[in-house]
Design a protein around this ligand. Sequence first.
Ligand SMILES: NC(=O)c1ccc[n+]([C@@H]2O[C@H](COP(=O)([O-])OP(=O)(O)OC[C@H]3O[C@@H](n4cnc5c(N)ncnc54)[C@H](O)[C@@H]3O)[C@@H](O)[C@H]2O)c1
Length: 521
Amino acid sequence: MEPTYSINLKQLETKVRLGYHHLYLSMIKGERDLKLDDAAEVASALDLTLDEFHDVLRQKQFRADSRQTSLLEAPGRGPKRTGKPKPSPSVAPAEGKLGVLMPGLGAVATTCMAGVELIKKGLKRPVGSLTQMGHIRLGKRTDANNPLIRDLVPLSQLDDLVFGGWDIYERNCYEAATEAKVIDQPMLESTRDELAAVRPMPAVFENRFVTRINGPNVKSESNKMHLAEALMRDIETFKQENGLSRAVMIWCGSTEIYQSASASHQSLEAFEKGLLQSDPEIAPSQIYAYAALKSGVPFANGAPNLTVDFPAMQELAKREGVPICGKDYKTGQTFMKTLIAPGLKARLLGLNGWFSTNILGNRDGLVLDDPDAFKTKEVSKLGALEVILQPEEYPDLYAKFDHLVRINYYPPRGDNKEGWDNIDIFGWLDYPMQIKINFLCRDSILAAPLVLDLALFLDLAKRSGMAGTQEWLSFYFKSPMVAPELYPEHDIFIQLMKLKNTLRWMAGADLITHLGLEYYD
Ligand SMILES: NC(=O)c1ccc[n+]([C@@H]2O[C@H](COP(=O)([O-])OP(=O)(O)OC[C@H]3O[C@@H](n4cnc5c(N)ncnc54)[C@H](O)[C@@H]3O)[C@@H](O)[C@H]2O)c1
């Protein structure tokens, strides 16, 4: 009998850039190929020559340690794939460096960036990030099989992220983070070198779309198509200079004025003609998105702008095989709404009114002080309640509620927003009750982990061959983008279930329906 090699896949994973599920399928099950350079790394980690390694591989002599085997072979991980909408994709490994490009290097972008550096140095923890701290159940509850998400699917490591971006101001990211005053200055000092090294590339900007700010670091070209081409050159240069194998783009720029889709937005042909003719209806964020998609770079929209939420961009995303998602990070008050409203509806408690107001003193607050920019935000914030409460299904409970949202720019508060909600509800025999919420939050602290997760999940989606709107990422957004025939899902718990089932599907695991009758057979 041939000897077997017991190996710790988790330790090997640090030598190559593959998830240990991939290693398991390649080395233990022999179902996937290892690339030559990964095979060389693994062989040398095991003290084998490449030829010996391949012999051992062929003879199926590798064994994972028992905990890992039970994790990866638990019921639900096998080839049985019941109830899946499509066969699971083959997910390319997260090899090489991933560029995270952000138009808008302000409070949110620099808080994400500084956070990643602090976490890499072991000075802080990635609280709030599903990709870093989240677990996912596989199989039955009795299987006790609950790995970290990042152990189930191959995500880029934090060490492999390279940040970059554009802004209308010339300050570097250390200066921008200092100005944003989100992270305490002594803590920020520990990441000074890394942040100072990120200097904004000149932006594509039009004051008409963001009226309250203006800056010198702006591109000038003869038409909007040339602006898009300049951005594509930036992306290519950034990839080459940093030796990147892939990139994603996450919009962290200011909220643009309210816009609905015009004729130029209806098809890719019309949009490209609009770019050539510098159609005034084409906003800067759309030019970034176009440049990203043309460069094969997935795009997430963290603001409520139109940006990628129109037919031309969806057509381009599908054509180029690139994932897109948006809109508007779900943090603060809307996050609270999507926690509470599903609970009220679950218990069939009625709603007479929901009044939400905020004070906010950062630059985002200044931009939103413009009524046209606020309108974009207001539309995004108002949508959630109607969809969660389904007044058409429950007219007695939800047909007539008042819903008001206010944002007040109040400089002393900086990034530390304070939100108040007054919720007038009614219960049994129509007796009225009230709920008051006073959320003293930190806007960018809530948004930063979402930026990181979106960067990693969008890259995963791209490596899984997924293109167009990524509804499974609705979890992160106030106004989730969906296929034209669908209403968006706003309930955060359904969104999380959808996200996790998508990850299970990508990993070839069984989906979880939460039916649970089998425990009582
Ligand atoms: N922080 C949150 O909780 C939260 C939640 C949802 C959405 N958002 C959205 O995220 C975005 C960023 O928020 P923030 O607090 O970092 O704002 P911020 O004002 O601190 O940063 C935005 C940056 O974008 C730059 N900018 C504007 N237009 C640009 C362009 N065309 N190209 C390049 N740079 C441009 C600005 O100069 C600024 O530095 C805003 O749109 C905000 O509405 C934030």
